[in-house]
Design a protein around this ligand. Structure first.
Ligand code: PLP
Length: 395
C-alpha cells in the first residue's frame, strides 16, 4: 500500500500493518483495493459475531434513532437489563459498566484496595502474575507482569506483588500475608502467549483465597463471552470468582467493559467512589444485549468448543512433527502455536496470503477467530497457516 502520509497526524504508539479495511461481513474483511482477507483475529477477540452482523447493525441503528446517552445521573433501563443478563450467565450479583478492558480492571483494582482499606489494612497488596496483561492505564500496567509494558513509566503504582503463573505454591506463600487483599489472574494468559494453566489451578486458587478472605478476581477480558467454549473460562472448573472483569467480545466492537462482583465484593463500591460518564449507555447496552442473545440462540459456545478442537487437531496433524514447533495449545477459539524462534514475520507472510493472525510473546502465533467461523473457513485457516509456518521454519 502506498504511504499517503495521513498517519502522520496520529501519535505513533502502534506498529500498524500497511493495510486499510473498508468493510467486512462474517469472518471476512475487505481492504481499500477490494481484496478479501480471512479474519483469524476478530479485532483481538472482539468481533466474535464477525463484521457488520445484520442483527447488530439493526439494533444499533434502531437505538441510534431513539436514545444514545443520558449519563449515569439517571436510571438506564437497557443497562439494568444487561446487568441482569450478565448476572444470570455469571452468577455475579452486581455490575459496574465502563468502556474497555483496562477500565474494567481499574475498577477491580479500586474495589480491592477499598476492600482492604475498609478492613483497616493500610497498604493493601494485590497479587498478580508474571506474564499477565491487564491493560495500559497506570494501575493496570503496574498490575501487568511484563517488564516491557512497564518500561519508561516509572514510578509504577505500588501495591502489586507479581508471582509465577500456574504456581499454587507461590500463590499460597503470597496470600499468607495479611496485606494481600486480592489475587487478579487471567484463566488463560492471552497476551502472554496463550498460556493454559494446569487443570484445577483456578479451583485451588479459589480454595486458597477462601481460607484467607482474599478476593479472587478473574480478568476474562480476552477469555470471556464464549471465546473458550463456555460463557467464561472459569466455568470450566465450576468455581466462581468474587470479581470478574470483561470487555472485548461483549460489544462486538462497540466499546464496553464491565466489572462484576458478588458476595462482600458486590457492596464495596458505594456512591461517589467510582464512575464513568459513558459506561453502560443505552446504545452500547442495547448492542451488548443482542450479542448475548445471538450467542445463546445460535449455540455458539458449543460451536467454539468443537471448532477450536478441530482447528487444533488440524494444526497438530500438519505441524506437530515439524522441527521448530514447540506446542499447539489453547481452549475453544483461543489458539496458540508456539515456535522455537521469534516469529513476528509470520504476521506479514500471512497478510500477503490474505489471512489475519497475530504473534504474542514473541514466538507464539495467536489465533482468535470469530465464533461464527464456518467449517470451510476453519479448514482454509489451518491449511494456509500451516504452509506459512512450514515455509517460515524451513527457510
Ligand atoms: N485484560 C486482558 C486479559 C487483555 O487481554 C486486555 C487487552 O488485550 C486488557 C485487559 C485490556 O483491554 P483494553 O485494551 O480493552 O483496555
Amino acid at each position: 500500500m502506498e504511504n499517503d502520509g495521513k498517519d502522520d497526524y496520529l501519535i505513533h504508539n502502534y506498529q500498524r500493518a500497511p493495510v486499510k479495511f473498508v468493510r467486512g461481513y462474517g469472518s471476512t474483511l475487505v481492504d481499500s483495493n477490494d481484496k478479501e482477507y480471512l479474519d483469524g483475529l476478530s479485532g483481538i477477540a472482539v468481533c466474535g459475531l464477525g463484521h457488520a452482523h445484520p442483527e447488530l447493525a439493526h439494533v444499533l441503528s434502531d437505538q441510534a434513532e431513539n436514545l444514545w446517552h443520558t449519563s449515569n445521573l439517571y436510571r438506564v433501563d437497557l443497562q439494568e437489563s444487561l446487568a441482569s443478563s450478565l448476572s444470570k450467565i455469571t452468577n455475579q450479583k452486581r455490575v459496574f459498566f465502563c468502556n474497555s478492558g483496562a477500565e474494567a480492571n481499574e475498577a477491580a483494582i479500586k474495589l480491592a484496595k477499598k476492600y482492604g482499606n475498609d478492613k483497616g489494612i493500610k497498604d493493601p497488596v494485590i497479587v498478580t502474575m508474571n506474564g499477565s496483561f491487564h491493560g495500559r492505564t497506570m494501575a493496570t500496567l503496574s498490575a501487568t507482569g511484563n517488564s516491557k509494558v512497564h518500561s519508561g513509566f516509572s514510578p509504577l503504582l505500588q501495591g502489586f506483588q507479581h508471582i509465577d503463573y500456574d504456581s499454587l505454591e507461590k500463590a499460597a506463600k503470597a496470600i499468607k500475608s495479611r496485606q494481600v487483599v486480592a489475587v487478579l489472574v487471567e484463566p488463560i494468559q492471552g497476551e502472554g502467549g496463550i498460556v493454559v494453566p494446569e487443570k484445577g489451578y483456578l479451583s485451588q486458587l479459589r480454595k486458597l483465597c477462601d481460607q484467607t478472605d482474599t478476593l479472587l478476581m478473574l480478568d476474562e477480558v480476552q477469555t470471556g463471552i464464549g471465546r473458550t467454549g463456555k460463557w467464561f473460562a472459569f466455568q470450566e472448573e465450576s468455581i466462581e470468582p468474587d470479581v470478574l472483569t470483561i470487555a472485548k467480545g461483549l460489544g462486538n466492537g462497540i466499546p464496553i467493559g464491565a466489572c462484576l462482583a458478588k458476595g462482600v465484593a458486590a457492596n464495596v463500591l458505594t456512591p461517589g467512589t467510582h464512575g464513568s460518564t459513558f459506561g453502560g449507555n443505552p446504545l452500547v447496552a442495547r448492542v451488548a444485549l443482542k450479542v448475548l442473545e445471538i450467542i445463546e440462540r445460535e449455540g455458539l459456545l458449543e460451536r467454539a468448543k468443537h471448532l477450536g478442537e478441530r482447528i487444533r487437531h488440524g494444526f497438530k496433524e500438519k505441524l506437530d512433527s515439524l522441527d521448530g514447533v514447540i506446542d499447539i495449545r489453547g481452549r475453544g477459539l483461543m489458539i496458540g502455536i508456539e515456535l522455537e524462534k521469534p516469529c513476528s514475520e509470520i504476521v506479514d507472510l500471512a497478510l500477503k496470503e490474505r489471512l489475519l493472525v497475530n504473534v504474542a510473546s514473541g514466538n507464539v502465533v495467536r489465533l482468535l477467530p470469530p465464533l461464527i467461523l464456518k467449517d470451510q473457513e476453519a479448514t482454509m485457516l489451518v491449511e494456509k497457516l500451516s504452509v506459512i509456518i512450514k515455509e517460515f521454519l524451513t527457510k
